[in-house]
Design a protein around this ligand. Structure first.
Ligand code: UD1
Length: 414
């Protein structure tokens, strides 16, 4: 089990390139099973979550090769029984249900895992796939599902779930007839998946709005595809520079995707300059308090809540943070408090009284984004910190310590 040892209070300045989005790539991997030909995905950061899903594709029978970020998948489905280790490490493994059913396979899938940030039910996935004609049985610890041929249907989502929207889209592209997803998620990752499916020959319309229409086709073909940049990785580095008094340029950024994040940085006194596929931030003398409420896109992303809380813990004034998406997403609060932050939580609301400086401490990452938030806090704090549980952070930040070191931060993995 590795941990990060961080010597704080060093300026974070310079320029780095943001990687492709993990949350955009995971659905593409699941959707690759739909193609009859090889698929190429470029600029793939080999993060832990991506490795696990690739192992599950290999387990199904696919041939998977990755070299210098160029991923080649030759889809083949010999095995729909994936009640194996790995499924439980990853929430996105539930997307294999949609793609295997679309290929008419009988599926046995272990219960998906992922960050411990709430109950994370899968009822909307099950409801949607059942409406397309799948027979799904939930057993203790695993799911069984089968269908001869999925049939298009109208599916209304009670909540615009990102994963359920993606799963139903994936299932619908090879279904007979038309599927309409109402109250669909509008996140950029959903649009990226639609573009990927369409470049394989699917007919998906309306992604990015709350109504997605899918006209089923008979077959999908190979393609070469570049995923969108990671908006959460970008936001995390922006917060890091803002907290550590630096100037940072990020390339490979779609500013449109980080609009709500940029708005909150500006309210906090951080200077943000938008360029073409790039963004530059300049830290203020002191961060200013601001309020945050996480919401589905284009609202403020829940994945940026923890890094933002870290930043606001050293702001001038009091910030109120409301987490509306996941009910257990304040696991980082207790750890930030160990570093001198003054934060009180009542249900889904955190009240952050800014302090002047955090101080180094031994803390533990308990989930991916909360873990990143602790690294940010440690980089800005006075003294040395140890952040245990680096594996959580490795799930979502590629070459994290290499990037931080290149920007002037002092971080070591031990
Ligand atoms: C995805 C992201 C995750 C991000 C989240 C919200 C990936 C791999 N992960 O997760 O980083 O934090 O979107 O932007 O892309 N829900 C149900 N029933 C369901 C499905 C979801 O009640 O069947 C609820 C969840 O418990 C949660 C809310 O809907 O409260 C949002 O979840 P969802 O949008 O599905 O998140 P994920 O796709 O799991």
């Amino acid at each position: 089990m590795s941990k990060f040892v961080i010597e704080g209070a060093n300026k974070i300045s310079g320029s780095i390139k943001v990687h492709s989005s993990k949350n955009a790539i995971l659905p593409l991997l699941a959707a690759s099973l739909l193609s009859s030909d090889p698929i190429e995905i470029l600029d793939v950061p080999l993060l832990e979550d991506i490795k696990v899903l690739l192992q599950l594709l290999s387990h199904c029978g696919c041939d998977v090769k990755i070299e210098d970020g160029k991923l080649q998948i030759t889809p083949d489905i010999k095995n729909g029984d994936i009640n194996v280790d790995g499924v439980n490490k990853l929430r996105a493994s539930i997307l294999l249900l949609g793609s295997l059913l679309a290929r008419g396979k009988k599926v046995v899938l272990g219960m998906p895992g992922g960050c411990n940030i709430g109950t994370r039910p899968i009822d909307l996935h099950i409801k949607g796939l059942s409406q397309l004609g799948a027979e799904i049985k939930l057993n203790q610890g695993y799911i069984e599902a089968k269908v001869k041929k999925l049939k298009g249907a109208k599916v209304y989502l009670d909540f615009p779930s990102v994963g359920a929207t993606e799963n139903i889209m994936i299932a619908a592209v090879l279904a007979e007839g038309e599927t309409i997803i109402e109250n669909a998620a509008t996140e950029p990752e959903v649009v990226c998946l639609a573009n990927f499916l369409n470049s394989m020959g699917a007919k998906v319309m309306g992604a990015g709005t709350d109504t997605i229409r899918v006209l089923g086709v008979k077959k999908l073909f190979g393609c070469s595809f570049v995923p969108i940049p990671d908006r959460i990785e970008a936001g995390t580095y922006m917060a890091m520079a803002a907290m550590c008094g630096g100037e940072l340029e990020l390339t490979n950024v779609i500013c449109e995707h980080i609009r709500p994040i940029i708005a909150k940085f500006k309210e906090s006194g951080v200077k943000v300059y938008e360029g073409e596929n790039a963004v530059r931030v300049e830290a203020p003398d002191r961060i200013l308090a601001t309020d945050i409420k996480t919401l589905p896109y284009p609202g403020f992303p829940t994945d940026m809540q923890a890094p933002m809380m870290s930043m606001l813990s050293i702001a001038k004034g009091t910030s109120v943070i409301i987490e509306t998406i996941f009910e257990n997403r304040f696991l980082h609060v207790g750890e930030l408090v160990k570093m001198g932050a003054n934060i009180k939580v009542e249900g889904r609301v955190a009240v952050v009284e800014g302090v002047k400086k955090l101080k180094g401490a031994k803390v533990e990452a308990k989930d991916l984004r909360g873990g990143a938030a602790l690294v940010l806090a440690a980089l800005s704090a006075e003294g040395v910190s140890e952040v245990e549980g680096a594996f959580h952070i490795d799930r979502g930040y590629f070459e994290f310590e290499k990037n931080i070191t290149s920007l002037g931060g002092k971080i070591k993995r031990v």
